[in-house]
Design a protein around this ligand. Structure first.
Ligand code: SF4
Ligand code: SF4
Ligand code: SF4
Length: 431
């Protein structure tokens, strides 16, 4: 590892919680630098030695694999061999990429095998982060409606991507009031695990180790803020661990998630892809404003899907016109924010994901194939197929969601929900 500043590549601080750099393999091709500059919009935009939003896009791009996630599989092994109660949650994008590590086609949904594998390695409980995504939708849709009703700050930005949040805090802190105050799905679910799940099972918080399996290197940074999750391991780390344990997901029985947070809605599943947060939130905004289930158009909201760098559309719900934008990559977010500042464009609600394609193309995803658009589309299709097959497509129709609000959180947007599911941000302006 090296901390020597170079102008040929990205510079990774030795204490970066997400990414490590192995100089011995680096031929200084500069690919990482260009990705970080043009796609992520970070390199060269400050005078910091180690400007980084922890997205891991450079780890996907580096042909020599000398940039990688901070490997915490040893920590995982230690936890799994301890006497603690281990609670896993798995993010939506992992199930449509993990199979690639075991010779399956990109986009193959291995949800049931993955759950089974997590039990085989010692998970006591396995929950689905799509439940946390539904919580995010419940809170974020209400926040948008409240901003509309009470003349709030617009555009409202989504906040579920920690790299995007850090980007905004570093480069555009004047837009902090525009960020939704919602925590991300894993952090909402982490709070529910430590505070509600423990309570109803008579566990002390200290007896539980909460682990999130994620497509994302940035989540290793995010969990340091909230402390409800003890470890975040990427798809690549999980695959490495399973291989070390000689578990081939192709040859094991199917398993199913534990009750309580067993399932999210279809809307929760598509959180893993660009446009998914927008689509599922708009489904719920429709429900709040029209008091009925969304139309077929909103259940297959084509205008917000796909890999275009910036997707935009208008929608009118109950007389309220909303101009929506979905931004694929913080590099493009930079361009759009500059235009918002000059008044050249106006939007009401903007989804931003740091990784181009969303979490299906996250920095912790498999590198078996290079992450081309073709591979991204296959993973995306895997998620949309799941959504379409599901009986429950909207967060508020999810019986587990209703139960957790009734039994613990109270009203969406209420005081208890505020305490566990929302957050604040910090001005981290860079020079
Ligand atoms: S992409 Fe990899 S090999 Fe190329 S400069 Fe960056 S770290 Fe070095
Ligand atoms: S993790 Fe993202 S922000 Fe950090 S150096 Fe790599 S590409 Fe740039
Ligand atoms: S887009 Fe998803 S995978 Fe990429 S940094 Fe954001 S949350 Fe992580």
């Amino acid at each position: 590892m090296s901390s020597i500043i170079s102008d040929k590549r990205v510079n990774i601080s030795p204490d970066n919680p997400s990414i490590v750099f192995d100089k011995s393999k680096c031929d200084e091709c500069g690919i990482c630098k260009n990705i970080c500059k043009f796609n992520v919009g970070v390199y060269s935009y400050s005078n910091e030695d180690y400007p980084c939003i922890n997205c891991g896009s450079c780890t996907i791009a580096c042909p020599q694999k000398c940039l990688s996630e901070r490997d915490e599989t040893d920590k995982l092994r230690k936890i799994l061999h301890s006497d603690k109660i281990v609670v896993f949650q798995t993010a939506p994008a992992v199930r449509v990429s993990l199979g690639e590590e075991f010779g399956l086609k990109p986009g193959t949904n291995v949800e049931e095998k993955m759950v089974s594998a997590l039990r085989m390695i010692g998970g006591d409980y396995v929950f689905d982060t799509t439940f946390g995504a539904d919580l995010t939708v419940m809170e974020e849709s209400l926040e948008l409606v409240n901003r509309i009703k009470h003349n709030g700050v617009f555009p409202m930005f989504t906040s579920c991507c920690p790299s995007w949040v850090k980007f905004l805090e570093m480069f555009y802190p004047e837009f902090i009031p525009n960020l939704s105050s919602c925590k991300s799905p894993i952090s909402m679910e982490g709070a529910i695990i430590k505070n509600y799940f423990c309570k109803i099972n008579n566990y002390n918080k200290e007896d539980i180790i909460s682990i999130a399996v994620v497509p994302c290197t940035s989540k290793k940074m995010e969990i340091l803020k909230f402390k409800d999750i003890d470890l975040a391991i990427t798809t690549r780390e999980l695959a490495k661990y399973l291989k070390e344990e000689k578990i081939d997901i192709k040859n094991i029985k199917n398993g199913s998630f534990d009750n309580l947070m067993s399932k999210g809605s279809g809307g929760g599943v598509i959180f893993g892809t660009s446009g998914g947060v927008m689509e599922s939130t708009i489904r719920e905004v429709y429900h709040i404003l029209r008091k009925r289930r969304p139309s077929e158009r909103l259940l297959n909201f084509k205008e917000v899907r796909g890999l275009a760098n910036v997707k935009e559309t208008n929608i009118t719900i109950d007389g309220v016109n909303l101009k929506l934008a979905i931004i694929n990559g913080t590099g493009d977010a930079r361009k759009i924010i500059e235009k918002i500042k000059t008044g050249e464009v106006h939007y009401d609600f903007i989804e931003v994901m740091a990784c181009e394609g969303g979490c299906i193309a996250g920095g912790g995803q498999p590198r078996v194939y290079s992450t081309t658009n073709e591979i991204k589309i296959k993973r995306m299709k895997g998620l949309y197929k799941s959504d379409k097959k599901m009986k429950v497509r909207c967060a508020s129709d999810n019986p587990d969601i209703k139960m957790v609000y009734d039994d613990f959180l109270g009203e969406a947007g209420g005081k208890i929900a505020e305490k566990y599911l929302h957050t604040t941000y910090t001005n981290k302006k860079v020079k």
